[in-house]
Design a protein around this ligand. Structure first.
Ligand code: 13P
Length: 257
């Protein structure tokens, strides 16, 4: 048993306007009243335009829900039209920022250099990056999932010191399991999550490796989360579709291990 606190993070993607987001967070707060929140952490990653509202609801209700961005700019401030900085998120009480989600890599051409710059920008702003890594189907079929994912990991954390590395959250999200209903088996998830921790151990030593939370993401639901969580190196989940319903996401947070 590790002493890492599991993290269940809901990535809303481009869903829910601020009113819908408000309704979801308030309902989630009610649902989580029945969950022992001393053993698990819950977070939501809403669209940027919802975050102020989420902050207000969380503070007003003292809800046990952390929140953050689905992305952030690699830059601190300035002439970067359309971008949102880490310090802007921090000013809204955000804890986390997802970085390098496969949809950012695929649709916005974000490569290792951009991802690495965003990881560093998150730390510079006092946010915890959730660095997303994971292989596409053809790499899995070729048996290259570990090698491919570790290359993304090493690129994403390049140049981080041990103090930052110890705080980071890594989300292993095999691309073929995202939004497809095809969840990785617990053994598949464990294989790559263990390899991620092994790479961190090699680079930073056991103290960092044992502290970092490695999440699994890809078609996680209340019906499959408990089995995934039995695995030694799986410390939580990054949840897409199933985080859009309060009752379902609360069941994931309150999984029975
Ligand atoms: P789904 O849970 O909808 O498969 O999405 C996973 C994901 O991409 C979370 O970031």
């Amino acid at each position: 048993m590790s002493n890492r606190t599991p993290l269940m993070a809901g990535n809303w993607k481009m869903n829910l306007d601020w009113k819908q987001g408000l309704a979801l967070v308030e309902e989630l707060g009610e649902q989580l009243a029945g969950v022992d929140m001393s053993r698990v952490e819950a977070a939501v990653l809403p669209p940027f335009v919802d975050i102020r509202t989420v902050q207000t609801a969380v503070e007003a209700g003292s809800l046990p829900i952390a929140y953050g961005g689905q992305d952030l700019s690699a830059h601190e401030s300035g002439a970067y039209t359309g971008e949102v900085s880490g310090s802007m998120l921090k000013a809204l009480g955000a804890t986390y920022a997802a970085v390098g989600h496969s949809e950012r890599r695929q649709y916005h051409g974000e490569d290792e250099a951009v991802t690495n710059a965003k990881v560093k920008a998150a730390f510079a702003a006092g946010l915890v990056p959730i660095l997303c890594v994971g292989e596409p189907l053809e790499e899995r079929q070729a048996g290259n999932q570990v090698e491919y994912t570790l290359a993304q990991l090493r690129g994403g954390i390049e140049g981080l010191d041990a103090a930052d590395a110890k705080q980071i959250v890594i989300a292993y999200e095999p691309v073929w399991a995202i939004g497809t209903g095809e969840v990785a088996t617990p053994d598949d998830a464990q294989e790559v999550c263990a390899a991620i921790r092994g790479a961190l151990r090699e680079q930073y030593g056991p103290e960092v490796a044992d502290a970092v939370r490695v999440l699994y993401g890809g078609s996680v639901k209340s019906s499959n989360v408990a089995e995934l969580m039995t695995k030694e190196d799986v410390d939580g989940a990054l949840v897409g579709g199933a985080s859009l319903k309060a009752e379902e996401f609360a069941k994931i947070v309150g999984y029975q291990g």
